[in-house]
Design a protein around this ligand. Structure first.
Ligand code: SAM
Length: 311
């Protein structure tokens, strides 16, 4: 196995297969296809009569996924667009999805590439866009937002208690030195932390970087919009219409509590009104064996539902 493949071991793969139960000939919609780790494993089961339809903001990841899945013999198509647009695109295909998977956030190749600007561990431009053609970078936010906006953003998306201090420090520094690089921002945050930095178990910039990434990519707004679209689709699915088949399985993997909260509430609302049945009662988390191999799996939570047919 190449190093590249090892870097993209999909999170909770065995558990995803257990909740989605793919069958030969079925159609998978992968809303965040990434490098195709989950999709490739599922495509091997779907076989030549199945289909994978994938979406990703990142064109390079979508291309890698397409090649990987094609090599299994299962037909595949990918779209370089936000998953928010997926329902409208799927509506035009005339094919019904049996499974929908969303493995949210970023892929390890994106985090590990200093040129993408996601990490404070190596220097690179303060970018953080999952879609490299998007208009606003993290540097734009850091250098243009008001102190208040920055503080609110770092508090809301990073749940960072020192958000006001960090925003104050950013604004004081950027007057003379615009903050364009990851290590510069990490240093500014460390300065705002002061002696607390030594007591902190995680790098002081962890929460600030997470907050900026969520803001740059509008991660929560897009997730809410996706659920709005799914809810509209599910109404049609229950009567056998639309792109989502009655009985279709939906699995979502999230990596932070803000995302998980949205998924939990949206799934619970569907179950409450009888439009879906739970496949998972509680979120499934990674085994110790998996987290030893892949530390990122530590924060992963998997939740799944099945669309209930009309009684
Ligand atoms: C955790 S990775 C997915 C990994 C994939 N399951 C695999 O096994 O290779 C998340 C992917 O979702 C993409 N992504 C994040 N937000 C997105 C959105 N709103 N629409 C489409 N793709 C998105 C990222 O670019 C990234 O490639």
């Amino acid at each position: 196995m190449s190093e590249d493949r090892v870097n993209h071991v999909p999170v909770l793969l065995r558990e995803v297969l257990q909740v989605l139960v793919p069958q030969p000939g079925e159609t998978l919609v992968d809303l965040t296809i990434g490098r195709g780790g989950h999709s490739e494993a599922i495509a091997r089961i779907l076989g030549p009569s199945g289909r994978v339809v994938g979406f990703d903001l990142d064109p390079e990841n979508a291309a890698v996924a397409r090649d990987r899945i094609r090599s299994t013999g299962c037909p595949v198509e990918t779209h370089q667009t936000s998953f928010v647009d997926a329902p409208a695109i799927l509506q035009t295909t005339g094919r019904q999805a049996d499974m929908v998977l969303a493995d949210l956030g970023f892929a390890s190749n994106q985090m590990d590439d200093p040129a993408r600007g996601f990490s404070f561990r190596s220097d690179g431009p303060l970018d953080m866009r999952l879609d490299p053609t998007a208009a606003v970078t993290a540097a734009d936010l850091v250098n243009r937002a008001s102190e208040r906006e920055l503080a609110d953003l770092i508090y809301r998306y990073g749940e960072e208690p020192l958000s006001r201090k960090i925003a104050r420090e950013i604004v004081a520094i950027r007057v003379d030195h615009p903050i364009e690089n990851t290590l510069h921002l990490a240093e500014v945050v460390r300065k705002a932390y002061g002696p607390r930095a030594r007591q902190s178990r995680m790098h002081p910039a962890t929460k600030t970087f997470m907050a900026l990434r969520i803001a740059v990519n509008d991660e929560l707004g897009r997730l809410e919009s996706l659920w709005d679209e799914l809810e509209r689709t599910i109404g049609a699915a229950r009567t056998g219409g639309g792109w989502l088949g009655a009985g279709a399985r939906l699995a979502f993997i999230s990596f932070h509590s803000l995302e998980d909260r949205i998924i939990k509430h949206r799934m619970a609302a569907l179950v409450k009104r009888g439009a879906a049945e739970r496949i998972t009662r509680k979120p499934i988390i990674a085994t110790e064996e998996e987290t030893d191999l892949n530390p990122r799996a530590r924060s992963a939570k998997l939740r799944a539902i099945r669309i209930a047919p009309m009684p």
